[in-house]
Design a protein around this ligand. Structure first.
Ligand code: SF4
Length: 99
């Protein structure tokens, strides 16, 4: 048995993915807030697709384009109601290539 060894980095593999934007219908929404909770703030660093960021007023915003549907933000903030999380509609969202 032969095992192929590649030197591809994770970033190179992720670059192979494609994303179909569902314009005007983001599948994740952040509840309006004055200040983010610790969990909500954490999303600005734990989301692997860097979908979350702080705006100039210190509130967390999301741009769901590029979301890999990993569920990290769902685990951290859906139960508290800080985010609303749904899968994208059929035909939209991430298209995984090569893993
Ligand atoms: S599901 Fe994962 S990739 Fe998508 S926004 Fe949440 S943490 Fe980011």
């Amino acid at each position: 048995m032969t095992i192929a060894v590649t030197n591809l980095r994770v970033e190179d593999k992720l670059y192979q993915n494609r994303y179909v934007v569902d314009s005007g219908r983001p599948h994740i929404k952040v509840r309006p807030h004055k200040w983010p909770s610790a969990n909500l703030f954490a999303l600005t660093s734990v989301c692997p697709a860097k979908c979350y960021e702080l705006n100039d007023n210190g509130q967390v915003e999301i741009t769901a384009d590029g979301c890999m549907e990993c569920g990290t933000c769902r685990i951290l903030c859906e139960a508290s109601g800080e985010i609303e999380w749904n899968y994208p509609r059929g035909g939209y969202g991430v298209l995984f290539k090569f893993g």
